[in-house]
Design a protein around this ligand. Structure first.
Ligand code: ADP
Ligand code: MG
Length: 700
């Protein structure tokens, strides 16, 4: 059954590039690539993110005010209605066999171009009272003309789509090719494991997800695909972990309690019990003959730095060097200053190494590092550049580790002389639930600071509508008049986002030229040269700027105790964890601090943002973020360019994940390298699918 466009006469392959499929031209192939679909196999693994059927769709006549519902109806009339406030609202009246309802999209007049009379729409959103019943869609899908959607008891599969390729086109493409390719999917997971997990075979699963006869059928198919993702990830991790443990011979320090005890005595505060626990765990690692690979995670302000300092002193009292790499010059300077103060009573001064040091200062620093003198170096990626040699590196610390690429992280672990690799301590303020951390960072050990140092005032957090803007500005003005400083943050998804960049620039011009013309206002964004950014941040730190308009570049651990307001525009565009990081930039001094989310948002966004407003617990926020927006948002793209889980949700499917972990353990106990004939297909798929992920969490 050759389509004529297949590469060979011998029939289709799962690895066939999508361009060779009938119905896929260059433009569609491009669109598919944007969805991560390169081959026929990828196409069938592109599974619906949602299903609708009669059980999830409410007949229009039965919509109740105050409920949240999904309906399907035909557009019988439509138009743009101006409101008194100048907002333009797109409205459409929808009809199904039971009745009529008005749907209303405030501020989206452009929909008038794409939604036509007689189109069938699927809408989801709250039903409210406004001159009668009205639905305010959170989401809508245009099913086109004449599509009855789920009529006749069918289930409607809704696929993730992209510009130039609608979910309907994707569905048609899959429908067209599924029968032809299905026989090529041979089972690769042992039947006993599938039975134990109560999930179907791969062939059955693909039919169920793409052509479900019921919602239950669709979810059963999905559960198999989720199960296999868990199984694969656990297999990889158990294997890397056992290999890593064998191979990880490291330095063995001894706990001399010399410098570390001195630090303990001279600290102006008591360690929290979480800090003591983490320090003990780190000391135990460093004093064993295995190489340390530990992740220290704790919410912003939980006090990770001082824990790292104890580790550094342990290395130094054993005659070794320690290095801490941080993502920005400013943070390097900040840490160097902290360390200078803390280590002064011990007669030790840290060494700062950044790209902007003078050639002479750099040479001096390089000489000290090359001299085997026990030293604590703090710096940017200048630490891992070629010219920098460590004579005796014993400990590599990487702060805000998610800000670094895998390669950079690895490079610090590789410094030092070749017969003994330094111990590695990664630090991160993105709190991850413990069970998930184990899944994500399988070959790392994890310490958690789940306690805040005492005496911190919580940051007062509030959401304010656009209408309150002037009031908010008055409040900002009052704080500045009282000598405080303010951040105004705008979203910027990526550095090439010109529209957002213009928005930041515009906000800066408006504030500096208008409302705050009499104040010192500055602009900070990622497109500026590194020196300019650092210069601006330095001036802000030194109190020479009252109001700093910025994109998320300020997210990373900067400490300006005098800043008391974090004002966030378009808060709905941020992940909750990201908002939490931003909030952590204020509340660092003795004054009460405020985090204000400003602007009108959709009801759904409001619900999400209110979780953030209501709690100051980074772990709870991270968990909510995971549930609501998936993993991608929790981590910088850098770390998760290639997501480990596409289908499984580590939080929601936690139980399935545990069954899969048992399965993975059984498999490896019987066949550690998965080299038996029965396991060969599994072995091959594992390697093909996760080639890059395998590298992802390895250090040094
Ligand atoms: P983060 O975990 O965000 O990196 P830091 O290490 O910067 O947090 O610590 C935040 C602040 O809390 C610093 O000013 C630090 O000196 C202070 N701090 C750390 N531990 C304690 C403690 N046990 N008691 C009081 N203050 C502490
Ligand atoms: Mg920090």
């Amino acid at each position: 059954m050759s389509t004529g466009r297949e590469r060979t006469a011998s029939g289709p392959f799962l690895d066939t590039a999508v361009t060779y499929l009938t119905g896929v031209g260059p433009a569609r192939a491009d669109a598919l690539r944007r969805l991560g679909i390169f081959t026929a196999r990828d196409l069938f693994f592109h599974i619906p993110h949602r299903y609708e059927d009669a059980s999830t769709i409410t007949p229009i006549a039965r919509l109740r005010i105050g409920s949240d519902a999904t309906v399907i109806g035909t557009v019988v009339s439509k138009g743009i209605i101006p409101t008194r406030k100048g907002l333009r609202v797109f409205q459409a009246v929808l009809q199904d066999s039971s009745g009529l309802i008005e749907a209303s999209w405030p501020g989206q007049p452009f929909l008038d171009r794409t939604i036509k009379k007689d189109d069938v729409l699927l809408l989801t959103g709250p039903v409210r009272f406004f001159h009668g019943r009205q639905l305010v869609p959170r989401e809508h899908i245009n099913l086109g003309v004449g599509e009855s959607g789920t009529g006749g008891g069918r289930v409607l599969a809704v696929y993730p789509a992209t510009d130039g390729l609608s979910f309907r086109q994707i569905r048609a493409l899959i429908e067209k090719h599924l029968d032809q390719y299905l026989p090529l999917f041979k089972e690769y997971i042992p039947v006993a494991l599938l039975a134990a997990a109560n999930v179907p075979s791969i062939g059955e699963a693909l039919v169920s997800v793409h052509r479900p006869t019921s919602l239950a059928d669709a979810y059963r198919g999905r559960s198999r695909l989720a199960y296999e993702e868990f199984l694969f990830v656990h297999l990889l991790q158990l294997r890397t972990k056992s290999l890593a443990r064998e191979a990880r011979v490291g330095l063995q320090f001894s706990n001399r309690r010399d410098l570390t005890s001195k630090l303990k005595q001279s600290l102006p505060f008591e360690l929290t019990s979480a800090q003591m626990r983490a320090t003990r765990e780190i000391v135990a690692d460093m004093c064993s003959d295995r190489r340390m690979h530990r992740l220290l995670q704790g919410d912003v302000g939980s006090g990770k730095t001082v824990v790292a300092l104890f580790a550094a002193l342990l290395a130094m009292e054993n005659g070794y060097q320690a290095a801490m790499m941080v993502p920005t010059e400013l943070l390097a300077e900040q840490h160097a200053r902290t360390f200078t103060t803390m280590l002064a009573p011990l007669g030790i001064s840290p060494l700062l190494l950044t790209g902007t040091l003078s050639a002479k200062a750099r040479k001096a620093a390089a000489n000290r590092l090359a001299s085997a003198e026990p030293v604590l170096a703090v710096g940017t990626h200048a630490l891992v550049q070629e010219g920098t040699q460590f004579a005796k590196l014993g400990l590599a610390i990487i702060d805000e580790q998610h800000r670094f690429g895998v390669e950079q992280r690895n490079m610090l672990g590789k410094k030092g002389n070749s017969e003994s690799r330094p111990d590695v301590l990664l630090m991160s303020a993105t709190p991850i639930p413990r069970s998930l951390a184990l899944t994500l960072y399988g070959d790392l050990d994890v310490s958690v600071l789940d306690e805040r140092p005492p005496g911190r005032l919580p940051v007062t957090t509030a959401r304010r509508p656009e209408q309150a803007r002037e009031k908010v500005y008055e409040f900002v003005e009052m704080q500045i008049a009282a000598g405080r400083q303010v951040y105004v943050v705008l979203p910027l998804i990526d550095e090439s986002d010109k529209v957002a960049l213009r928005a930041a620039t515009k906000a800066f011009e408006e504030l500096s030229g208008g409302r705050f013309a009499h104040r010192r206002v500055a602009l900070l964004h990622g497109r500026q040269a590194a020196e300019d950014k650092d210069d601006t941040m330095r001036r802000f730190r030194d109190g020479a700027i009252d109001l700093l308009v910025a994109t998320t570049v300020i997210e990373v651990g900067i400490d300006v105790a005098n800043a008391t307001i974090m004002l966030i525009e378009h808060p709905e565009r941020f992940g909750l964890s990201q908002l939490h990081q931003l909030r952590g930039r204020v509340g660092r001094g003795a004054e009460e601090s405020f985090c204000i989310l400003l602007g009108d948002v959709s009801p759904e966004s409001a619900e999400r943002l209110d979780i953030f407003v209501a709690t100051d617990d980074g772990f709870a926020i991270a968990e909510a973020d995971l549930r609501l927006r998936g993993m991608g948002d929790l981590f910088g793209e850098r770390q998760h360019g290639e997501a480990m889980f596409k289908i499984a949700d580590p939080v929601r499917d936690a139980e399935l994940g545990e069954v899969a972990r048992d399965g993975a353990e059984q498999l490896l106990a019987a066949d550690p390298m998965l080299m038996s004939r029965d396991h060969k297909p599994l072995h091959d798929i594992l390697h093909r699918r996760y080639a890059r992920a395998l590298e992802l969490f390895r250090v040094g």
